[in-house]
Design a protein around this ligand. Structure first.
Ligand code: TYD
Length: 201
């Protein structure tokens, strides 16, 4: 089972994933937690290039670098862990490329799918999407010590990211689990665990 987590900046994704990890561990599942971009030696180096505030780059370069880091991570880490029987939880995956590069940067879903499918056809079994307010999230993200190149994009950009995800939810209804990130962290955790229990218990 391969589960990914998606959402805008400052949506509480990182804290939520840890809660989901302990939920599955309590069910005695072998759980492996990882993140994108990054998650392997080469992919982490690509991550540094993509997120570095000094690195202006074309949207196409950005999309190709995300896809390159994804294939490294997938081939050297995720597929191995899945074959060993782990439940893999991944902080962001292909849907981030579709929402950020495909929709918000304007490259188009089809183009971004094409380069990602050249790298690999593996898709997640479930994708947990945190539905949160881009303005609130962005405020939180910018307060962090190290805001990266994408955090620094405009509110309009982050609203487009959200609009991109809304399209993806409609495109992949079986895979998407939408959880409410508009309230407190406790409410977000409760909503997510309730939805996971309906599927997994
Ligand atoms: P990170 O600090 O890991 O962000 P977050 O905590 O919000 O997940 O930075 C990753 C950034 O890269 C984030 O702004 C989303 C963006 N991103 C893409 O634009 N495309 C992608 O394919 C991926 C994986 C991430």
């Amino acid at each position: 089972m391969f589960i990914t987590f998606e959402g805008g900046e400052g949506s509480g994704k990182t804290s939520l994933i840890k809660e989901v990890e302990s939920f599955f561990k309590k069910q005695n599942k072998k759980v492996f937690l990882t993140r994108e971009p990054g998650g392997s030696f080469v992919a982490e180096q690509i991550r540094n290039i993509i997120l570095d505030n000094k690195n202006e780059m074309s949207p196409k370069t950005e999309a190709l670098l995300f896809a390159a880091s994804r294939v490294e991570h997938l081939e050297t880490v995720i597929l191995k862990k899945l074959a060993e029987g782990y439940l893999v939880l991944c902080d962001r995956f292909i849907d981030s490329s579709l929402a950020y590069q495909g929709y918000a940067r304007g490259l188009g879903f089809e183009e971004v799918l094409k380069i990602n499918h050249f790298a690999s056809k593996n898709m997640p079994d479930y994708t947990i999407y945190i539905d949160s307010d881009p303005q609130e999230g962005l405020k939180r993200a910018l307060k962090r010590e190290k805001a990266n190149r994408l955090d620094k994009e405009s509110l309009l950009f982050h609203e487009k990211v959200k609009a991109g995800y809304q399209i993806l939810i409609k495109k992949y209804p079986q895979r998407y689990l939408v959880v409410n990130g508009q309230g407190t962290m406790e409410e977000l955790i409760a909503d997510t665990l309730m939805k996971l229990k309906e599927i997994f218990l």
